[in-house]
Design a protein around this ligand. Structure first.
Ligand code: AMP
Ligand code: MG
Length: 428
């Protein structure tokens, strides 16, 4: 059953829309967003980056037989001498992809290739490079080279029949495609792709190709948003720049809500906004205007908006400043869209890096600074902050290779202190 925004807010301890800690905002959003339900069956190569919709259970043992992990000689561990070299005559050869027929007499070995099925009764493989073939045809295995069971892969050790190979909610990666192929599975059920519409608001914005009039800037947010959304594997609908005009905004929001699961806007949600964006958002849906205890990215609108008679879309009204858009996207929108896509979001990997300079920071808000992470002389990580941290300075984001996260309760940082950094390469 769908909860109202007030009901969700009542579940959040210490909910204060005018000074909302990042963690509380994240919890709120996690409770708000619905998950796609529709499932489609796709060929495994089409499944890369998609979200698995059901557990995949192995119908076979992988591998299906005990087999050799090495090129060498297969033998019985009990034939190994305790106190000197072992000398064994060779009873035949086992090739990969062929069943070895015949029984191996006691105190004999079999020349065996990597991946070949272990002949009956043999349990150990000695790698070829440790052995010498004597002129009389016997193999000399020096003492102490192998123990019983070495270099043998067991039937089902990769996956046992009936075992869950992959869990629903997983974003499929290259290794998973290989794993599915190893089960002989041609197709997998995945959730349908999420559809995300986005547009920029602000009368000062011009699109590429237009003349830059006095006092105007080119709209960059649609491009950073497009890039971040592409990396998440959602379907995107770029709706351009929308003028600060009630009818145009109403039309844009309704059309976006009708065609997408989520709508992302940038601009027009700050306190001092003279424009119509906030009013139209509130008019078309159930929307909250937050001031988040973070920097950059303080103002944000969140809620549901609907097209008349249509289903609701989740609204993320991000601030307009280019760096704030990216930071709020990573802090809130990324995980929300992954959850809506049916994925189980994993926490972002963070590095601990020594900060090159001291940083001023007040407890009571989360700060995200742009940093350049590199290897220090001692082999550990170090991070230097990129020049000006103004939330309009997109170049600082482009120069950086990670975001330094100064947590809510954290105070000033001294030069050399360890800080948390999210490397951009971790951000899908
Ligand atoms: P706002 O949140 O609408 O008050 O915008 C804050 C600042 O971000 C203003 O300087 C805007 O000009 C700028 N801004 C808003 N949207 C965009 C955009 N799409 N591209 C570049 N700058 C923007
Ligand atoms: Mg504006």
């Amino acid at each position: 059953m769908t909860q109202t925004l007030d009901q969700i807010a009542s579940c959040i301890t210490g909910y204060d829309p005018n000074a909302l800690p990042v963690a509380q905002a994240q919890e709120f959003i996690a409770r708000l967003v619905p998950r796609v339900q529709a499932i489609e069956q796709v060929a495994i190569r089409q499944a890369l980056g998609r979200v698995l919709a059901r557990d995949v259970v192995s119908g076979i043992d992988v591998p299906s037989h005990d087999n050799s992990a090495m090129d060498g000689y297969a033998l019985r561990g009990m034939d190994l001498a305790d106190d000197g070299p072992t000398l064994l005559p060779v009873a035949g050869t086992g090739y990969a992809g062929q069943q070895f027929d015949g029984n191996v007499p006691l105190a004999h070995c079999v020349r065996i290739m990597t991946g070949a099925v272990m002949p009956d009764g043999l349990d150990t493989v000695v790698p070829q490079e440790f052995t010498t073939l004597l002129p009389d045809g016997r193999v000399n295995i020096p003492a102490g080279i192998v123990r019983t069971g070495d270099n043998r892969r067991l039937r089902g050790e990769d996956l046992a029949r009936g075992e869950a190979a992959l869990r629903a909610g997983r974003i499929l990666r290259p290794a998973d495609l290989g794993l599915l192929a190893s089960l002989g599975q041609a197709e997998v059920p995945v959730f349908r792709r999420l559809r995300v519409a986005f547009f920029s608001t602000g009368d000062e914005l011009r699109s590429i190709g237009e003349t830059l009039d006095e006092g105007c800037v080119y709209d960059s947010n649609r491009y950073t948003l497009w890039g971040m959304l592409q990396r998440l594997g959602v379907d995107v609908l770029d709706m351009g720049v929308v003028r600060d005009d009630p009818a145009a905004l109403r039309e844009a929001f309704s059309q976006a809500a009708a065609s997408a699961d989520a709508v992302i806007t940038s601009g027009g949600v700050s306190v001092g906004e003279a424009d119509h964006t906030k009013r139209i958002m509130a008019e078309l849906g159930e929307v909250l205007f937050w001031k988040i205890a973070m920097r950059p990215g303080r103002p944000m609108a969140i809620g549901r908006i609907g097209a008349a008679g249509g289903s609701d879309a989740i609204l993320f009204g991000l601030p307009g400043n280019p760096v704030a858009v990216m930071v709020t996207f990573y802090a809130f929108v990324r995980d929300a869209l992954l959850a809506m896509s049916g994925a189980t979001p994993e926490p972002l990997p963070m590095l601990r890096a020594a900060c090159a300079t001291g940083l001023r920071k007040k407890p009571g808000r989360t700060e995200y600074q742009r940093g350049i992470v590199s290897r220090a002389a001692d082999g550990g990580w170090q991070v230097a902050i990129t020049g000006s941290q103004g939330s309009g300075i997109l170049r600082s984001m482009s120069q950086a290779n990670g975001l330094v996260v100064l947590h809510h309760g954290q105070g000033h940082v001294d030069a050399g202190d360890l800080v948390d950094v999210i490397p951009f390469d971790a951000l899908v």
